[in-house]
Write a protein that binds this ligand. Structure first.
Ligand code: PLP
Length: 508
């Protein structure tokens, strides 16, 4: 009953049909213009977004796998140019939608699973075992058993896991396929810290103690690492040291076939690097008190003013960076392999050893693949002189590890003032707030400008949220249902189509 009254109210409003107008209705006090894919523009033109939210609730996640396919293909092209055997294993934890698992299957690339449930779902969707790795941070014996039974490579993090794997393989009378996760690489005068993996300086003795006479129960197929951060030179150090390790392992008759360089391929959410620089410049000025704040109550985003000195580091993803994706991979592959002189590149070192190079990108291959749309439920003036715009959404629905999502949202207006010829909205500035009952429940810390206002019923769109932002932190606190996930496909004949992703109907 209530629903039909609500839809009737909607039906009476005139529709917006103005391409690109969604960019004009909202920007940061210091703007950070989003990169928007053509499929997103299509969805936001006309009344698709409004209909989808009406039907599936707010917020709603929309995904599209065309950019995913393009991103993976362009990594493969770099590898072809470098002449190496190469395989992408998509890190599934970065987005839960099964649309991407299905895309992996049709691309015949690989997938990296981080839990028993992720693995089960991938196996159910008939991904071949050769195309799966399990890198779960915590591995129960059930998970290890499942990997062994289904012939999936297990990335071994520690000796307890290795012993468990050997024991279970023995009990099952099968051979477990494993890769050793390595960390602690030397890099210049420092070492690369990680809580994961076996220290590179102990790796040889661990192998000698636990793997040399264990060929009945385990097959060491690969050496693996995954580093924090996006520095290509750290990867060059790690790859070089892993190649040396593989050389040593091969001399003791271990037939290591692949080197897996993990994920962390960088991407950019913004096209304009100068905007990003300007943002941090203005933010520092605001923290020093030399301009008005550009974040909620001068939230530092990792920076603090200590006696008029800015200390700390931005606690945010580098929303603009260079090089990214395939260019970054190319930089790594064409760099010199440490210890082999300037004539030997990483690619040449991999090629001459007949190694397969694997990688596990998550975020970067989802670049352009998703957006999150939420409905404005209220707009109110705070006594401090700014507006609070309340969305039917909570902060876990557009959140990864960054202090803030440094990309301007888009706004789809319910009523187009210009079409109506009346001004129902007046310009305003303020913050987007969410549904959790805490003072800190902001959807974005950054202050937004709405040059022609914003009002109940308008839609706020967070662009490019497929990598981590949609699902990594999502929670059912307050008993809010999780957001629905729809696949948006645009088809020449049928136009735009929205289908519910199977993740919302499976019950693992
Ligand atoms: C998270 C993770 C990845 C993916 O990292 P991205 O930054 O999304 O590319 C790959 N491998 C492992 C082991 C991970 O934990």
């Amino acid at each position: 009953m209530t629903q039909s009254i609500a839809s009737e109210m909607h039906a009476k409003q005139p529709k917006v049909a103005d391409e690109d107008s969604f960019r004009e209705f909202c920007h940061g006090v210091v703007p950070l213009d989003a990169r928007v894919e053509p499929w997103m523009t299509k969805v936001l033109t006309g009344d698709h977004a409004e209909r989808v939210v009406e039907q599936h609730g707010s917020p709603v996640n929309l995904v599209n796998d065309d950019p995913f396919v393009r991103n993976i293909r362009s990594l493969n092209e770099v590898a072809v140019d470098a002449g190496i055997d190469f395989e992408v294993f998509f890190a599934r934890k970065s987005n839960k939608c099964l649309a991407f698992v299905d895309a992996v299957r049709s691309l015949r690339c690989g997938i990296d699973t981080a839990s028993e449930e992720e693995l089960s779902q991938v196996l159910e969707r008939e991904i071949e075992s050769d195309k799966i790795i399990c890198t779960a941070a915590i591995k129960s014996s059930r998970l290890v058993e499942k990997c062994i039974r289904s012939n999936v490579v297990i990335a071994i993090d520690n000796i307890d896991e290795l012993l468990l794997t050997k024991q279970l393989a023995g009990l099952l009378g099968r051979r477990a396929r494993i890769a050793l996760r390595i960390s602690g690489f030397d890099h210049g005068t420092t070492r690369l810290f990680s809580r994961f993996g076996i220290d590179i300086h102990n790796a040889r003795s661990v192998v000698a103690e636990h793997l040399i006479n264990a060929s009945d129960s385990v097959f060491l197929e690969g050496v693996h690492f995954h580093l924090d951060g996006y520095c290509p030179y750290q990867r060059i150090s790690a790859i070089s040291q892993c190649i040396d390790l593989i050389d040593d392992l091969r001399t003791i008759d271990l037939k290591v076939k692949f080197l897996d360089m993990g994920g962390g391929f960088p991407m950019s959410y913004l096209d304009d690097g100068s905007q990003y620089e300007q943002f941090w410049h203005e933010h520092r000025a605001a923290l020093l008190g030399s301009r008005s704040e550009i974040t909620y109550r001068n939230h530092g985003l990792g920076l603090t003013n200590v006696n008029q000195q800015i200390v700390g580091k931005p606690n945010c993803y580098p929303y603009y960076q260079k090089p990214t994706k395939q260019k970054w991979l190319q930089t790594v592959l064409t760099s010199e392999k440490r210890g082999e002189g300037p004539s030997s590149s990483i690619a040449a070192a991999i090629r001459s050893r007949n190694l397969q190079l694997r990688c596990e990108p998550g975020r970067s291959v989802l670049d352009g693949c998703g957006m999150t749309i939420a409905r404005v439920e209220f707009c109110k003036r705070h006594p401090d002189g700014y507006d609070l715009v309340g969305l039917a959404m909570n902060h876990t629905q557009c959140k990864a590890s960054s202090d803030d999502f440094l990309v301007d949202p888009l706004v789809v207006r319910k009523i187009d003032d210009r079409l109506l010829g009346v001004k129902t909205h007046i310009a305003t500035e303020g913050y987007l707030v969410g549904a959790y009952c805490t003072e800190s429940e902001l959807l974005l810390q950054r202050k937004m400008v709405f040059p022609s206002g914003i009002a109940r019923g308008d839609l706020v769109v967070f662009p490019n949220t497929a990598g981590y932002l949609m699902h990594f932190r999502e929670s059912r606190s307050h008993q809010f249902p999780l957001a629905m996930n729809l696949i948006a496909q645009s088809d020449e004949s049928a136009g735009l189509q929205f289908t519910i992703d199977s993740i919302d109907t499976v019950d693992v």
